[in-house]
Design a protein around this ligand. Sequence first.
Ligand code: PFF
Length: 499
Amino acid sequence: MKRLFDNFSLRFYFALIATQHTMANRGNFSGRLGFILAAAGSAVGLGNIWRFPYLAGENGGAIFLLVYLCCIFLLCYPIMVGEIAIGRAANSDAFGSYSRLGGKKWGYLGLFGIFAGILILSFYNVVAGWAFGYFLHISFGDLLNHNNFGGFFGEYVNDILDLSSVGGLTNSNLVFSLVFMCLTALIVSQGIQKGIEASNKIMMPSLYVILIGIIIYSLTLPNALSGVKFYLIPDFSELKIQTVVDGLKQAFFSLSLGMGALITYGSYFSKKENITSSAAIISIADTSVAFVSGLMVFPLVHFLAYKLNINPQEIGTSGPPLIFVVLPQIFYEMGPVLGRIIGGSFFLLVCFAALTSTVSLLEVPVAYLVDQKKWKRKRVVWLMALIIFVCGLPSMVSQGMIPALNSLPFYRGQDFLTFIADMSDICLTVGGCLMSIFISRKWGIHNMDVELVHGNSTYMQSRVRTFLHITIKWIAPILLGLLSVVIILEKFFGIENLI
Ligand code: PFF
């Protein structure tokens, strides 16, 4: 008996050492704050500042906001809790987590997430490069001396090799995106605490400060209140199926769900901490940035309408040009000094938001190669960054430089960047749907409960548990399954033809 005990305790001891060893090698967040800031950093990104306002503008403002909030709290929050629980329970990357908890076959779902991450980062880095270039051109160049911002943007995204100097700065988006990818790689190569956590601890608070500063200023502008009204007073006649589809899709993208980013970050999160409350804080932090971005953009747009003496509806707020064409025009109207300060700060904010997201996107494949293939972090980071940068080149040249990529015949004449962005949306919703099926039908919802009790001793008796069970077992698989089908039909055949 004693021998058996010794044998057992010895094995237990070695197992413990081994786990501690892997945990130490993998790295972890220093505490709850570090994790929350990093996960909120992943969530807060171009999706909040670039995509949310234009989707809101296209979908009736306040009514879109309402739908979006419902999606976040009724559907996305439970998915987020589930993802973090998977990562922390398995203590591994996306592939390792699914295969450890559900067997090798489920590992493919992790690989699918890693693939989705690469897809997203490939086009995301291109748009981040545009924003980085605008930050430099507005702060230190003479972009605000142009008064044909549409023309400038068209040329800027079209000719990525334009190395000619504009106001003392290069105009090549190839250079800007490359620098942006290098910044991302530099942070990720420093590891979890020294790289990801430390950079988020600086960038996230700065982002909030800049955002609040610009909002306060924009609310003092003439006609700002009419923008606030458009944004905050819902008109229920604007509620359409498209509004719900766009709201759900955007909520999923914005919270970085469905592709393993939160599984990976969750795997670095201490067992002592509370997942349910941390996920609530992350959701609120992300939603508040999306919400206040609208509060910043719409007063600015209505101010421009006032200045130009036109109807706000006449200002094209739809699509990506909102922040690259309409906003610079507004900064121009503010005058050379104030325009440079407010415009420069705005694009710095966009860069911070994008960088905290690109870091999380790069970490997903990196964690996979470090955990599964035992490659050295630094080497993997730079290699992956290079591969993903190259994968982004077709998106970069699809804005006019290569006509064949500017109008894809099989994709209703849309450009390659839009195609990749849409494919990512599909990957995320399919990934989220399969993840909820994984929890309820394979891993077991009771195992998720066991994980959630760590750091939250009252979880088993809480209402949150019932809510999570209902959503993960029934609502998420059905709704996300349906949404995936609708998005596929919408993207390839046009939703107007469906309804
Ligand atoms: N949530 C980011 C945004 O709103 O811009 C985008 C994103 C980042 C999606 C990380 C997915 C992800 F894993």
